[in-house]
Every structure is written in structure tokens, then in C-alpha cells.
Design a binder for this molecule. Structure first.
Ligand code: ISL
Ligand code: CA
Length: 553
């Protein structure tokens, strides 16, 4: 096993709009992040993934970039970005940026030129096609509802957009596009950033000539038609050979449609492509035929099976990333746990899983204080384009009743994780002195960092403690993983290092459980419940109890 800094790091995702506002316009910004650098250092994370901060009309909150070389004025200036980077580095924290190059904004100069006429130098920067029988070129649907093709009245042709119609897909077949993207990579790497999180990177190579898809459900559509296209590895490798290999950096590709059988093609070191992927198989759990607002039941053991399968498939030759939430999916404590009676226990149990499983852990902002999902009263209070588009498609234009749709939004809508960070219980939770761009979760009077910091037993203290336990602990980071049990929502595994080995016991349900210890001598090193009795043969576990033991014999 090769050792690398990015395998030993604890990653933390910042969603810039919602982290901290410095100038009372209600929008989180770079100065806000700078004001919290000591907080990040105190928490102990050493690698930040910063969501997009580039110029953007914000149709998809920055995932629609109109200028890769400029900072959006609502976030600040390039000088402030440089200050942020220097401030992080001064604290020993690295920074990776979001790279969104499957598509641009329709307000990007390239698209404006491309759409100006049928015949111009930029026309084939994007995919323009004639319609078929008075409709779009094929039956592909976008991630955010409706056809993936938009008719341009002026030229009479359609352009491809796998996301919103304000996110036209770039044509990577065109070598000029690839060169332009490589210039973007170089620009940011020369500034000294430490790598990229590459948005929907397996989608960059399209299956031409755009034949109709025949898929039973959304996940299959993504895997078989949109992802893993014929030239995807050529394109990623080209970025590696021409740019990435010349820097000491880390890359993690967001991986919709990548499965355990295709993952190593992206991340096995001999492929010279990416270091890690954010696999999304567990995040897509519960997606029905029509995606996330078409919710289907699933069990917690499905999550465990996916994590275990990925570990088995990847960890000998590559390296996994472990995350349980991000800016696109529900709050982890609400999605996988019980955020009412057992919020503290669940948040700390999942922290234990994140930080002791094999792979680089990624913590999404707010998880370290146990922030939960939110329920706004009406659809008008939502901001997320995915939620709003599907509301239109399923409820307004379709036959889904509003209550069913809202239930899915409360469960899985992206605004659950985008409400502002809850710093304290003052007005606007200490996030802003103005009116927040998205309503706060009203529970900020109870759930906030200051409240956590006032107690030695808090979710924040637990994270901090476990992060520092993990740091530099090579046996825990690189040790083998052996699963002993996953049945009955009792998840038990060992991490076997060269010197020390650990036993992790997670009781993942709101009920007691019993477990017969396989070792005669163990020492408790981490626990989320008070008053653990001295090691005894049969453990009596409380609801959502999480224990980490060092194995002596
Ligand atoms: O959000 C999702 C489901 O609700 C995912 O399908 C998501 O669209 C997919 O993982 C791609 O996400 C990434 O690219 C999108 C952007 O909206 C997301 O925020 C980003 O993480 C388009 O750039
Ligand atoms: Ca601001």
C-alpha cells in the first residue's frame, strides 16, 4: 500500500453560500471562511473541498460557471481568494477546488459565441443537433427533469444539457475545448491549490451519435448512457499527462454511474487518471424509476453492503473516499439515523463510521454539530433548482399529489443540507447580519456550534476527538478491514494495522443489542455513551452506541 498525504487527510466540504457571511448581504463568502479558519484548524481537518466560487448566474448555485478565471463578486475577489489559500496553508490545511467542466453556464462566453450562428468557430464547443420528427434529437432526460435537449429558436437546432437548460454540455471531442480546460487547470494549480474535486467527470465523453436510451430507471440511464462514455479515460488521462502529473496534488472525481466494476479504471494508479472517486451508489439508495423524488424503501443494511462491496472491490489496488452526505443529498443524521430521540448518538455513531472505516473521510459542513434536515412550509421557500423543476414536472404538470412530493423533499431535497451553518443561537444563527439567502433551520436555537462548545459531551467535541485520534494513526488509516457482522443493524469490523488493531462496534438502531466479544483482552479507546462497564464477555449495547476498542489479545 502506497502512503500518500491525501489518504491520511480528513476532508471537510464547504458549501460557500451557506458557511459564513461577512458583509450582511445574506450570502456566505470568502471573508466569512477566512474568519473561520481557526475554527477549521481547531476541528482538526486538514483538507478543504471548496464548492464553486467562480462567476456564475447561479442557476444551479455556481455549478453553472460563466467565467473560470474570476471569482463571483458575491463571494469576493481574487485577492481574497489568495488570502484564503495562504491562510489555510499557514495552518497546514490544503485546499481543493470544485472543477465543473462537463458543462458551462449558457452565459459563458464560449456558449454565447457558439449560439450566435450555425457556422462559427465556437459552434462545436457544445453539442448542437437537428431535431427529429418535430421533437428533440433523442429521448434523453436531464438530471433535473424534462428533455436533455433545448431548442434554440434562432438556429432551429437543439443543444444538449444533462443538467438544467442553463448548463449546456461541453463537447470534449473538440481538442480546443480540451486545451481550454487544461489552461483552466494550470491557472488554478499555479496559484498553489492542492487539487480538484471534478464534478460529474465520468459524463464528459458522450455516446455518439445520440441514440435513444432504453433504461428501466434513472440510475440505469446514468450508468449505461451518460456515464463511462467511450473516450472518458482518454480525456482524463490527457489531463493527467499534460497537466496534473506535474503537481503534488490530489484529484477526486464525482462518480455518478461508476460502479465497483468500473471504478478502478479511473483510480488504479497505473491508469494515470484520478486518485479517488466519490462513488454515489449509496447516495442513490431510495431512488425510484424517476429518481430521488420517486422514493422507494431501503434498509440500513443496504448502505453497509455498498460500503463493504466498495472496500472489497477497491482497497487492494486503489483508495476509497468515505462520505455519508454532501450538498446534494440529505443530512446524514436525518437520512441514516434517528434525528429526534437519538440525534447525539446517531451523529457520533456516523462520525465513528466515517473516521474509522478504510478510506479518506469527507465531512460535510454542519455534520460536526449534528445539523438536521429541514421542513419549509411551502414550495415557495425552496431555492434548489432540482426541487423546483421536479415540483413543476411531477406536481404542476403531472399527477403526483403535493403531499407525496413534499414528503420526498423533506427526506431528500438538496435544500436540507444548504440551510446556513448554525454558529450560535443569535438572530440568523450567527451566519449573517442580514437576511440569509435561504431560510435557516429553525432548530438553530438548540443546535448550534456555541451550544456544542459549551459542553464537553457534544457532537463537536466527539468529532474533534476522533479526528485527532485518527491523525497520524497509520494502523487505523492503512490497516486491513475485516467485517465481522452487519446483520440486525449491528455493524462490527476490525482494522488490523502493523502494530495496533482496532475493533469497531456500531449498534445502528433505536433499540438495545447484545454482542459476544471475540477477544479476551481489549481496551476502550472511543465511545459515544457514558459509563461503559469494564470489558465483559457479552456487551450490552444501547441504542446507536458506538465503541472503538484497541485489541490487546
Ligand atoms: O443531486 C443529485 C440527485 O439529487 C445528483 O444526481 C447530482 O445531480 C449528481 O450527483 C451531480 O452532481 C453534481 O453536478 C450537478 C450539481 O447540481 C451538483 O450540485 C453537483 O454535485 C451539476 O453540476
Ligand atoms: Ca456575503
Amino acid at each position: 500500500m502506497n502512503k500518500n498525504w491525501w489518504k491520511e487527510s480528513v476532508m471537510y466540504q464547504i458549501y460557500p453560500r451557506s458557511f459564513k457571511d461577512s458583509n450582511a448581504d445574506g450570502i456566505g463568502d470568502i471573508q466569512g471562511i477566512i474568519s473561520k479558519l481557526d475554527y477549521l484548524q481547531d476541528l482538526g481537518v486538514d483538507l478543504i473541498w471548496l464548492g464553486p466560487i467562480y462567476d456564475s448566474p447561479n442557476d444551479d448555485n455556481g455549478y453553472d460557471i460563466s467565467d473560470y478565471y474570476n471569482i463571483h463578486p458575491e463571494f469576493g475577489t481574487m485577492a481574497e481568494f489568495d488570502e484564503l489559500l495562504a491562510g489555510l496553508h499557514a495552518r497546514g490545511i490544503k485546499l481543493i477546488m470544485d472543477l465543473v467542466v462537463n458543462h458551462t453556464s449558457d452565459e459563458h462566453e464560449w456558449f454565447e459565441k457558439s449560439s450566435a450562428s450555425i457556422d462559427n468557430d465556437y459552434r462545436d464547443y457544445y453539442f448542437w443537433r437537428d431535431g427529429v420528427n418535430g421533437g428533440p434529437p433523442n429521448n434523453w432526460t436531464s438530471f433535473f427533469g424534462g428533455s436533455a435537449w433545448q431548442l434554440d429558436e434562432k438556429s432551429g437546432q437543439y443543444y444538449l444539457h444533462l443538467f438544467t437548460k442553463k448548463q449546456p454540455d461541453l463537447n470534449w471531442e473538440n481538442p480546443k475545448v480540451r486545451q481550454d480546460i487544461k489552461n483552466v487547470l494550470k491557472f488554478w494549480l499555479d496559484k498553489g491549490i492542492d487539487g480538484f474535486r471534478m464534478d460529474v467527470i465520468p459524463l464528459i465523453s458522450k455516446r455518439l451519435p445520440f441514440q435513444d436510451a432504453e433504461a428501466r430507471n434513472f440510475s440505469e440511464l446514468v450508468e449505461k448512457y451518460y456515464s463511462n462514455g467511450p473516450k472518458v479515460h482518454q480525456y482524463i488521462n490527457e489531463m493527467y499527462e499534460d497537466v496534473l502529473q506535474h503537481y503534488d496534488i490530489m484529484t477526486v472525481g464525482e462518480g455518478p454511474g461508476i460502479s465497483t466494476s468500473t471504478a478502478l479504471n479511473y483510480i488504479s494508479p497505473d491508469r494515470r487518471e484520478l486518485n479517488m472517486i466519490f462513488q454515489l451508489e449509496h447516495m442513490f439508495l431510495g431512488f425510484g424509476e424517476k429518481g430521488k423524488f420517486d422514493q422507494q424503501p431501503y434498509e440500513l443494511v443496504d448502505l453497509l453492503n455498498i460500503l463493504i462491496n466498495w472496500d472489497e472491490a477497491i482497497s487492494e489496488k486503489g483508495w476509497n473516499n468515505i462520505f455519508l452526505d454532501n450538498h446534494d443529498f440529505a443530512r446524514l443524521v436525518s437520512r441514516w439515523g434517528n434525528d429526534r430521540e437519538y440525534r447525539y448518538e446517531c451523529a457520533t455513531l456516523f462520525a465513528t463510521l466515517l473516521l474509522t472505516f478504510r478510506g479518506t473521510p469527507c465531512i460535510y459542513q454542519g455534520s460536526e454539530i449534528g445539523m438536521t434536515n429541514v421542513k419549509f412550509d411551502s414550495i415557495e421557500e425552496y431555492n434548489d433548482v432540482e426541487t423546483l423543476n421536479f415540483y413543476q414536472e411531477f406536481v404542476v404538470d403531472g399527477d403526483m399529489d403535493e403531499a407525496t412530493f413534499m414528503k420526498a423533499v423533506y427526506k431528500e431535497g438538496r435544500d436540507n443540507v444548504r440551510t446556513p451553518f448554525q454558529w450560535n443561537d443569535s438572530d440568523s444563527a450567527g451566519f449573517t447580519d442580514g437576511k440569509p439567502w435561504l431560510k435557516l433551520n429553525p432548530n438553530y436555537d438548540q443546535i448550534n456550534l456555541e451550544a456544542d462548545q459549551a459542553h464537553s459531551k457534544s457532537i463537536f467535541a466527539f468529532y474533534k476527538n476522533l479526528i485527532s485520534f485518527r491523525k497520524g494513526n497509520e494502523d487505523l488509516i492503512y490497516g486491513d478491514l475485516k467485517v465481522l457482522q452487519k446483520e440486525d443493524n449491528l455493524f462490527i469490523y476490525e482494522r488490523r494495522g502493523e502494530q495496533d488493531s482496532y475493533l469497531v462496534i456500531l449498534n445502528m438502531k433505536s433499540a438495545n443489542a447484545k454482542y459476544k466479544l471475540p477477544h479476551s483482552k481489549i481496551e476502550l479507546v472511543q465511545s459515544n455513551c457514558d459509563g461503559f462497564p469494564n470489558p465483559i464477555e457479552v456487551l450490552h449495547l444501547r441504542p446507536w452506541e458506538a465503541l472503538v476498542f484497541k485489541i490487546i489479545e
